[in-house]
Structure formats: C-alpha cells, structure tokens
Write a protein that binds this ligand. Sequence first.
Ligand code: DON
Length: 569
Amino acid sequence: MSKLLLGVLLCVIACRPDTTTATAPYIIEKSVISKDAGIASAHPLASKIGLEIMRKGGNAVDAAIATQFALAVCYPGAGNIGGGGFMVLRNADGTTDALDFREMAPAAAHRDMYLDSTGNVIEGLSINGHLAAGVPGSVDGMVKAFSKYSKLGDWAALIQPSIELASKGLILTEREANGLNRTRDRFIELNTRTPRFVKENGTWQMGDTFKQPELANVLQEIRDHKEAGFYEGWVADSITSEMQRGGGLITKEDLANYTAIWRTPLIGEYKGHEIISMPPPSSGGIALQQLLSAVESFPLSDYGFHSIEAVHLMIEAERRAFADRATHIGDMDYYPVPIAQLMDDGYNKERMANFNPDKATNSDDILAGEFADHESEQTTHFSIIDKDGNAVAVTTTINTGYGSKVVVGGAGFLLNNEMDDFSAKPGVPNFFGLIGNEANSIAPGKRMLSSMTPSIVTKDGELKLVVGTPGGSTIITSVFQTIINVVDFKMGANDAVQSCRFHHQWVPDMVMLEKDCFDEGTQSALKSLGHEINQRDGYIGAVEAILVLPDGRLDIAADKRGDDSAMGY
Ligand code: DON
C-alpha cells in the first residue's frame, strides 16, 4: 500500500474519528443564516463559547482565542494547546494580518534525525512518540493575537469557559468516543501514566462525561500568567520531564525561545476577488493562488459543476501546484522561497500551456518551475465574523489524530507530531504522501512546512468569504474547490461546503475521489482521460465557511462530515 493510501486510511480512521452520521448528544446546526455575527467550528461547545464571547462584546479575535482553548478541551484529536497553527484576519477597516504560531523544531533536532545508520527513514519515528513533537506554538499565538487585537481586553474571560468545561467535563459525541477508543492502545503504549483519554474499565460511549482536571489546571496557569503559564513554571517543567522520560528533544530553552510571528498575508486575485491567505511556513496561500490563477482563463461555469471538463482541469492544476510545493516551499526564515515567482499570474497560466483537455498529464512530465533568482488527518479550522465585520480564519493542529499520542504527564494535554511535516529525507513521502526536499529539511528552530490554508476572500473591497479546513495535503485542494464553488458555481455556503471533493497532489500520480460521491460515469470518463482513480474510503476535509450575502447577512456553514457546528446571531 502506498504511503499516501496508508496515510489517508489512517487519517480516515484517526483524524476524523468516524465517517458515519453521529447521533451526537447535541443539537448540531450545519447551516445558519445570521444577521450580525457567525462562527463555524468543529464542535458545538466550541462554537457556543466563541459566540458567547462576541455577545459579551468581544470581537472576532477574542472569539477565536476562546474557541481555540475550547477546542483543546472538547476536540482533543485536533484542538490543542500542545500544537500550533495559523490565523489570517481581516479587520473591518480592510487591514489584514497573519499570525504564524506553527511549531518549531527543537534546538537539538537535526536533518537526519529520523534516518537509521543506512540512511533510511525509520518508520513511525516522526509520527508516534516523543521525538515527533515540535515546540508548541498555540499558547504564544493566542497571547500575541490578544495583545494586538483584543477588544474585550479580558484574557481570563476568554479562557474561563474552557477551564470549566475541562473540570466539570463534557458529554462525548459518538465520533469522539470512537476516536478515543481507537487510539486507546497507542495512549497506553506511549504514556507511563495512563492518560484520561483512556477510559478505565471499558470503552467510551456516546453520552459519557469526560473530565480533564489536569488540563483544567494548565488552563488556569495560562489564564493567570498568559504565555509564562505554559512556557515557564510547572507546566514547562512537566513538558521537559515528559521529554526526558520518553527520549524527546524539547528543552526549557526551546520553550523559552518559542515565539509566534506576525507575518504579511499573501494577497492574490481571482476573477475580481481578493484572496487573502497564509504565507510560509504554510504552503497553503501560495498553492491556493497557483491553483486559482491556473484555472482562471477557463470557462469553469460553462463546463458545469463536477463536469468532466471542470474536474479534469482542476486536477491538472492541482498536479502542477503540488510539484512546486515539493521543491520550492519551506520556512522562509531558513530557505529562500521564491514567493513572488510562484504567485505570479503569468507563471501559473504558463504552467497550463501543456494542459491537454483530452488527456491526463503524466506527473513524471511535470517538474517544479525553475527560477533564476530566489528571493529571499488531525487538524481543525474555525471561521468567525463579528458584528463589526472583522473576520478571522484559524486552522490549528497537532498533525495526525491525537498528535504524537504523548500526553504530558500531570498536565493532561497531547503533544503534536508535527515533525512529520518536515521532509525526513528528500523524496520520501510523509504521512500525507507529500514529498519534499532541501526547502523543507529539518533544522534547529525551523518551522515545518504546512498545507493549512486559512483564507479570506473579498470582492470590491467588501468581505465575502471566510474559509478553511483540516485534511493534510487535501486542505489546499478543498479550500480551492470551495472558493470555486462560490465564485464560479455561485453556490451558497452550505452547498459549497457539503459538495463532494477530489484531490491530486502530483505524487503519487492518482486522483483521490471522496467516498459515495462521483458516479461510475464520471469515474470511467476520468479513467478514459488517463487518470488513475483512487476511491477514498472516507471523507475529504471538514470545511467551515462563512459567506457574506449581498444584503449583509451571514451564510454560515459547518461541514456535515463531522460534529462541526454553525452558529450565529
Ligand atoms: O500542517 C499541515 O499541513 C498538517 N500538519 C495538517 C494535518 C491535518 O490537516 C490532519 N487532518 N486531517
């Protein structure tokens, strides 16, 4: 089985805990129209906490911070304080910003740390256990976002609801119960003290109350001491003791040195829309713009939604963008990513010069572009718009489902396995089947390349869409397809989000089709064009989107593929 297939399969099993419709003990709205404010996140309790903050006068950033902490409690497979992420925001006055709170490699990390003595990648070392963890960025990210943009100005108020949720406990959904049960053996294997994620005497059931008192204590430290409550003091001590116990690399200095970074968002253009997205260390913003530019001159709406012409064209654009990703994109503080060249409209349109509407291109015939001068499945996304029109898109992750499965002893939170997003060895695929090169090699302090694509779209200077999703490499193609659904196929948020998705990432050379989606006719037409088809045994992504309607109301959509919940007022 190829790495990608394995990754996809594992992500189906672990990243989105279940693929069936859960009879969750919550009323979960997937599609809501609201007048003033809206939120879509992976869990109804997190959406509720974020919405309440806005009702109390907080802005979209305040709501985002509260939602991030809430997800760390109620959605432990992906929500986190032990991971990292990206925030893209657009203020009501039109100014934009981007916050990089991606994890970084510990100082003791080195290029060949996952290779054996013969130079081969040691299977699983960057995925499970202590060595897989990068230095977490989420807490510093939230503090930086608060300092720069909070309207409420009350840090404790943003965290208190999550403290209560952790200490009083939350009612498990069917999906979460299944996800925890499926990871039970790994939790036991990788932790000396059995973590609370493992139910004593039996398995979790939907409706069980799940309490996390250690996590509540950590959140109290963060409430009382902001970033110092995590990167210093007893929480930092717990992280480093955990590292020593399990042979991990993160030290006190690594924690003290971590800083989230404000970056300039990438701003591109598509059919009169402005596309605001995340720069490196995410590949998302660059790749999204490449995809949109590549298809822009083609009459997609004439072709029709999910017509063979449209799907084939978009697959071929995806193939080309992922070739560039593998070669050119990494942490730009360590590698000269040719951002302007990769974002160049002419370059991306030229990349389609060898596109053949009647035949799939062979990935072997697609190389990454060459530039003379270099300038210098589990994740979760939430989209928020407040009553003043401030918009925030956050994608945050501990990488695969429940991250490294290592729970910090005495502190009750999971550490990420984000180190797997580096290229452990040139050309060797990671969990998501992505290959990389020098641009994304491991180096001390470097941030691993991401596919996360929190994005905001405007039209004629007005806010139009806030969008993002989890899904590893499929994040880029899911955000791309959602934007195309809105702009070209004129869908509302709900249709744009719930529609079937497909994915191509250059290598391996195959199209992944979401389960139960594309009929036999479409599949055989794609095959006859020369595409290898892989019918995925699960869903692709979990998109959360808010579309601003022409009358100013918010069309909020949460993905049907999970417990994702849309709310507004
Ligand atoms: O940053 C990235 O691209 C990955 N760590 C995201 C992982 C992910 O989306 C897993 N979820 N399904």
